[in-house]
Write a protein that binds this ligand. Sequence first.
Ligand SMILES: C[S@@+](CC[C@H](N)C(=O)[O-])C[C@H]1O[C@@H](n2cnc3c(N)ncnc32)[C@H](O)[C@@H]1O
Length: 248
Amino acid sequence: MSSFRDMPWTESDSEHFIEVGAIHTPSRSEIGDVILDLIPAEADEPFQVVELGVGSGWLSEAILNRFQRARVIALDGSPAMLKESGRRLDRFPGRVELRQFRLEDADWISGLPSELRCVVSCLAVHHLDGPAKHRLYHDVYQRLGIPGAVIIADLVAPRSKRERRILAKQWNDEVRRQSEAFTGSLEVYQAFVDDHSNWYEHPDPADMPSTIQEHIEWLEAAGFSTPNVFWMRAGHAIYGGFKEDSSR
Ligand SMILES: C[S@@+](CC[C@H](N)C(=O)[O-])C[C@H]1O[C@@H](n2cnc3c(N)ncnc32)[C@H](O)[C@@H]1O
């Protein structure tokens, strides 16, 4: 497996996020529940899902638990993340395929099966710039069957300075609450503050969140019907769109 060269996201980012991801992500289990509810499938149907930026594998694990006949292709650029998700998803033999990819490259999508039911992602798509996100939604639409869906949880960009300030505070408050609730201490929260991890307060050029309005516009232009935002907390939104039989 090749290393994770030439990318702003490093292997030490992966190691760190495996440790603190559940605390840094506002209400991660709620995000998982909403994504699962949006997948257009019955619990006992066989179908194919792709997860972009699988990380430690928590979302794929939730999908495989809820949908007992679903199969997941789980993609990530980081060897450390693929190792971690491989460990976590080991108990679903024959239902998971891990692949290394580079989100920015054009070739990985043509290697996916056609007629996918769903493409999901949590906190990975903001590593692409606007035109690349637009292109991604177009390419994903071509790969989906009917019914199909793209469902993404990600950091979204504010439209004003006031909104940026509010989202910054909300995210700090969430990390503080979860740090205390999950670990009994404020240590993870303090490190979040000290490391300047709150993108709204300390924008990092490697992270390129877009506004909700841009996502909806790009999804619509790609062909998705009724694209919308389904959940939002502390700057983290779940948005997506559906590919449906237009006669229904
Ligand atoms: C913030 S983590 C989120 C991980 C997981 N989805 C979660 O919610 O816990 C971002 C993930 O995207 C992957 N990633 C970041 N940039 C990438 C790129 N350019 N190509 C492929 N994967 C990338 C990282 O390795 C990491 O697993």
